[in-house]
Design a protein around this ligand. Sequence first.
Ligand code: HEC
Ligand SMILES: [Cu+2]
Length: 467
Amino acid sequence: MRFHKIAGLPALAVATLVLGCTGQTLDEIVGEEVATLVAPPMVPPPITRDHATKVIVNLETEEHVGRLADGVEYTFWTFGGQVPGTFLRVREGDEVEFHLNNRPDSRMPHNIDLHAVTGPGGGAASSFTNPGHSSVFSFKALNPGLYVYHCATAPVGMHIANGMYGMILVEPKGGLPPVDREYYVMQGEFYTEGAYGEAGLQPFSMAKAIAENPDYVLFNGAVGSLTGDNSLQAEVGETVRLFVGNGGPNLISSFHVIGEIFDRVNVQAGSMVSEDIQTTLIPAGGAAIAEFTLEVPGTYLLVDHSIFRTFNKGALGMLAVDGPADSAIYSGQLLNEVYIPEGGAIQEIASEPTAPTAMTTEERIEAGGRVYSQNCAACHQPAGQGLAGAFPPLANSDYLNANTGRAIDALLNGLSDEIVVNGETYNGVMPSLRLSDEDIANVLSYVYSSWGNSGAVVTPREVARRR
Ligand code: HEC
Ligand SMILES: [Cu+2]
């Protein structure tokens, strides 16, 4: 569908008014350019063009093990190799030709839903891309603003929780007012099997994600990615613009800079500007643009003012400001540096394993149904039918029915070998879910008794033998 434009009013708002008349058509596209991609917290330079163009974006989805906190590693899924994803910058009226390239060494298919897109799914269906493939789609940047993008491949929450979010700025035609520095900050939560600070490679916890109870709430994907040597920098007298987003997947951010007042905030990253704001609410899947001028030197703290997240879950950034003091504005002692010991949070004590209870087969299957809906359904789907190209079916699965021992091993240790299920090859990763012997016995008994499977019963004793 084509929208017309009158006197700069948003096209959608006036679309109905111009039906049938020959209003001005969409901006003429002049030339083309390849989008500049830089790693956060930096952003590409402001756009100086005064016309619309075709912008070619080449964004790569990439999965890697990286640092979540000192001594803590995590398997991140990313747009562009880091969290948050690469910042994209276009101009209102531009035509964006989007190339999503999923690396051959990816385990998962990915796609992208950009909130700046006018069209079904924000591009999600058109960009679904298997490992080792590229897909291309094109959209018109109709509305100016700062927009979140994220992966929308099932299970959507898991792709976002693993780091698949970033932002695209659609500059208004007249551009944004000039400032001295611009930075890119994005909040997101991580759900790990271990408690905050627990060392080692931490698997994703689907149970904590469903309960919306993260161990980490972070700016830019790791504890310390904006503190110490990584602090944002500015000088007294400069004006700073923060592009702040919230990837979620679950929490709302109460974004605040300790020691500053936002002179201007584009509320919800739209065109309404509010002045003199202390804390701005950023919904999951939303953003804000905050600007302030720095009058006095010191270290300013970027926080989520749901403050336990800052001091116990990692949501802390710093802006280090150099320059002359001005005692007329602030005459106190200098700020103390905040010190957060890594892993200083209270560690959980592992509970004693409980003795297996005597259960009838029916009770076992019923309990297993609950384990299934909490731990397996997100990937293998509620009726065990799986998801083509990503998650193998458990319904009528020859792989499952051939061998109970192999199924127990998959639940105990996870599974990453290439496997063939009902003639289809899968080469994904099933995480080790750290279930108890009892839960594994129950869920497998449930799966075997459902959806045309063999009816085998698995006991906790058999699971214990293979652990
Ligand atoms: C995060 C997604 C995910 C979750 C959660 C998950 N699986 Fe899987 N599962 C997979 C993937 C991917 C494979 C294929 C692994 C491979 O290619 O090596 C798989 C393979 C399997 C297989 C062997 C193949 C088949 O279809 O028979 C079984 C059995 C299985 N899963 C059972 C379960 C059970 C039971 C649960 C819940 C306790 C569960 N899975 C939770 C992703 C998941
Ligand atoms: Cu994804």
